[in-house]
Structure formats: C-alpha cells, structure tokens
Write a protein that binds this ligand. Structure first.
Ligand SMILES: Cc1ncc(COP(=O)(O)O)c(C=O)c1O
Length: 451
C-alpha cells in the first residue's frame, strides 16, 4: 500500500520539495523548499525526536515504562510527546514561561506533562529550562533526558533521513543546501550527508539571526524563534551545542529580523506557503545565495515548521507595528515623524553606580536612561529584551553617594511603541510621561509624551 504506514512514527519524514516560483523572481537557479511542516507533529523536530528515542531504547537508557524529559519551548517537545504517546512512555516537557498557551495546549493534548519555568535565565541557573529538565530526569524513576542540544542522535536523524531524501528527490542535482541553525542538527546532519554523497560538491549554508553569536553577533535578543544562539549577559561561557558541527558549513548568512519576517510573509502571500520565521530566515539566506547562481545549480532550503504557530506574531500587523517592524500607512503622523533630532538613548547597566549613571546623563543630556543587562559588545541600539528598567536623572539628586549602586533607584521599564505606529493611537495606548520608540525591536529613542 503506497503511502501507508504502520504507525505515526513511520509517517515522519518523506516530506515533499516544493519549488518557489514568485519570491525567486530574477533568479535563474531553481530553489526548492523542503516542506517539514508536513510532518505529523508539524515540524522537522519529529525526525530528531523519533531518532533520539530509538537510540535511547537501543542503548538501554530509556526502558519500558520510562519517562522522557526535555527542556524546549516548542517543536521538539511536540515530537517527543508524539513518540511518547505512540510508544507508551510518560513525557515531561519543561518550557519557558513565555511559551504561548496554544503550544502548551498542544503538548497537553498529546498527554505530555508541562512544567513552566522562568525564561531568560543564564544557562548556569538551576531553574534554566535545560538545567531543570536534566534535574527532573535525574530525580524521576525511569527518567531519561533527551537533551537535543548535545544528543548525537539529533544530527544523526538528518544524516539518516533528511539528507538522503534531498539527494534522492533532486536526483543528485542539489548544489546548495540552506537551513537555519538552532541546535544545529538539521543543518549539520543533512549537510554532512549531502557533502559525503557529492564528494564535497554540495555547499552547506546556515541561516542565522543577525544578533546570534553563531554568525558573530553579540547574542542580544532577536525576534525569530527557534534558531540562533542567544547569550544571556550573565552567562559565564558561550557554549555551543554539540549537535552543531560547524565544520560541515561553508558559510553562515546573517539575517535581520525584519528581512526574515518580510520573507516569511511573502512566502504566504506569493507562494501560498504558510511557514514560520525560521523558514523565512532560511529562505532569505537561500535567495541571497541563489542570486549568484545559474540554471545548472539547484538550491534546497528547509522550512522547519508552519506559520500557524505564529499567527499572533509575524502575521499580526498590530504585533509588527508595536515592535517597530512596520513603517505604518503614512496617512497620519507616525512616531517616526517625532524622531528628527532625537539623540541616541542614554544607557546605564543595571550594575552601575550613581556616579557612572551621572556621567551617562551628562554625556547624553538625557532626562531618562534605559537600564540594561550588562552586555559588553552591544550593537548600537539596545534590544528591547535587554532593557530591564528606567532611571531618571532627577532620582540621582539628593544625598545619594556616588559609590552607591543605582539599584534602589531603578524604575520599571518604560512603555514602548513602534516607529510606524500612528502618534494618536500610540499615545492613547501607552501610559506615563516618557516612552521608548522601537525600530526592528530595538530602542531607537526615548521621548517625552508630547503635550
Ligand atoms: C521552528 C524551528 N526552526 C528551526 C529549528 C532549528 O533546527 P535545529 O535545532 O535542528 O538546528 C527548530 C528547532 O527546534 C525549530 O523548531
């Protein structure tokens, strides 16, 4: 029986390649998208989940009646929940608190138990998603920590399935393989296979958010989920996952949030392909690469999951406007019109002394400073996610000593609005006498509420 499977696990993979025909205008090299959102759990992660569990069963670390534990905000948890359901295991998934309620509902629908922990913690923190998952696995009888970041069965899933599929589907004509780098399993596993079968001819390109440390960014927060490497400023050492084999890659393309989101939306509206922004970033990278290629080349770009997971983000105009990713309709004044002559915002690390804060106020002439997590190699504009509070110049007055920490003086972070938001609408929404204006999710200016 063709396309009939003995269980849902056998239905993982075998995803089609779909040629892009409109976003590729002006490009002569064919570009095909590997539609991983068609996996049973809705993402490429079903492959890694199935492989990791199979390997653990083989080596005896996961035994009948055992408990699968993983720390993840998303798709790997769903893949593991499916495998657990089908194979008769308990699954416990530790998620950061910002995870959407829809995702939690999906995990629970498959019968997984969900443990919520604060997000944005340094990697060494005992409550960090991975640390907590590891501890739960250790303390639960029969517990097994899947650990996609360092589990060799994760990249191996792509050596064994994704890579061979791409080679067979293109009849060995693939010349370039492009995929986002999260744990690195997808790009380095399939990449290693394609390099091997082609005698090194296939070029492997990773797509990485501009601020991620993989491609040389400072690790500050970005908006494209599930790829890249965020670095908490308190993290002592920037450790990369063992699932990421950097030697397999020929190049890393750094993609800004705005470009990734723009391509994501174009894929839905021009190609009829509703994919997530990690796919948008990968396609953006693929288009860059393809522009320099000819008709004898063939690019395959991998789309990890569906845009349905992000309807309230990348496909929601209000969300885009509020975070500074849309320029507004220009029929009425927008916040960007107020920025002429606005100085770069004053920035004070949360650990600063009052003397250091005073210096920054004197240097910038600002009345209100952003209080940020200490990050030494920061990009010129601060990521909204790095801003933890506000400090007013006038709060430094009085008898405070210059050696003192600013800590007791830190006020809650300012309300924020996007650069393309109409002025009247933004002011109706935000409260307070000062506010931050975001462009591409970064603070472009701090402004007083206009009279
Ligand atoms: C939506 C999405 N994109 C990209 C990735 C990155 O894949 P990998 O971890 O194999 O690098 C993931 C992984 O969780 C994902 O869920």
């Amino acid at each position: 029986m063709e396309h009939s499977y003995e269980s849902v696990l056998d239905a993982v993979g075998h995803t089609p390649l779909i040629r892009l025909t409109r976003v590729t205008e002006g490009i002569s090299a064919p570009v095909y998208l590997k539609a991983e959102f068609l996996n049973p759990g809705g993402s490429v992660k079903d492959r890694a989940a199935r492989h990791m569990v199979a390997a653990a069963e083989r080596d005896g670390t996961l035994r009948p009646g055992g408990v699968i534990v993983e720390g993840t905000s998303g798709n790997t948890g769903i893949g593991l929940a499916i495998v657990a359901a089908q194979r008769g295991y308990r699954a416990i998934v530790v998620v950061p608190d910002k995870t959407s309620t829809d995702k939690l509902a999906v995990l629970r629908a498959y019968g997984a138990e969900v443990v919520v922990t604060p997000g944005g913690l340094p990697r060494e923190h005992p409550e960090h998603v991975s640390q907590l998952a590891r501890r739960i696995a250790e303390q639960t009888p029969g517990g097994w920590f899947a650990n996609q970041y360092d589990n060799p069965a994760n990249p191996q899933a792509h050596v064994d399935t994704t890579g061979p599929e791409i080679w067979a589907q293109t009849g060995g004509r693939v010349t370039h393989y492009v995929a986002g780098i999260g744990t690195g399993g997808t790009v380095s596993g399939a990449g290693a296979h394609l390099k091997g079968v082609s005698d090194g001819r296939v070029r492997v390109i990773g797509a990485d958010p501009e601020h991620s440390t993989y491609g040389g960014g400072d690790g500050s927060p970005y908006y494209v989920e599930s790829i890249g490497h965020y670095l908490h400023p308190d993290t002592a050492e920037d450790v990369w996952p063992q699932s990421y084999h950097t030697g397999v890659l020929d190049a890393v393309e750094r993609i800004g949030d705005r470009e990734a989101i723009t391509v994501t939306r174009a894929l839905a509206r021009q190609e009829g392909l509703l994919v997530g922004a990690s796919a948008g970033a990968a396609v953006a990278a693929a288009l860059r690469v393809a522009r320099g290629l000819g008709p004898d080349d063939l690019v395959v770009v991998l789309a990890p999951d569906s845009g349905r997971n992000y309807l309230s983000k990348y496909f929601d105009d209000d969300w885009l406007l509020r975070n500074g990713f849309l320029d507004g309709d220009r029929t009425r004044p927008v916040l960007g019109d107020l920025l002429a002559g606005a100085p770069a915002p004053a920035v004070v690390p949360a650990t600063a002394s009052t003397a250091q804060a005073r210096e920054e106020f004197d240097r910038t002439g600002a009345e209100v400073a952003l209080v940020v997590l200490g990050r030494t190699s920061a990009a010129p504009l601060r990521a909204a996610g790095d801003v933890v509070g506000a400090l007013r110049r006038d709060s430094l007055k009085g008898d405070s000593l210059d050696g003192d920490s600013i800590e007791p003086l830190i006020a809650p972070a300012l309300p924020a609005a996007g650069i393309g938001e109409p002025v009247d609408a933004a002011l109706a929404r935000i409260e307070g006498d000062w506010f931050a204006v975001l462009a591409d999710g970064r603070v472009r200016a701090v402004l007083p509420r206009p009279a």
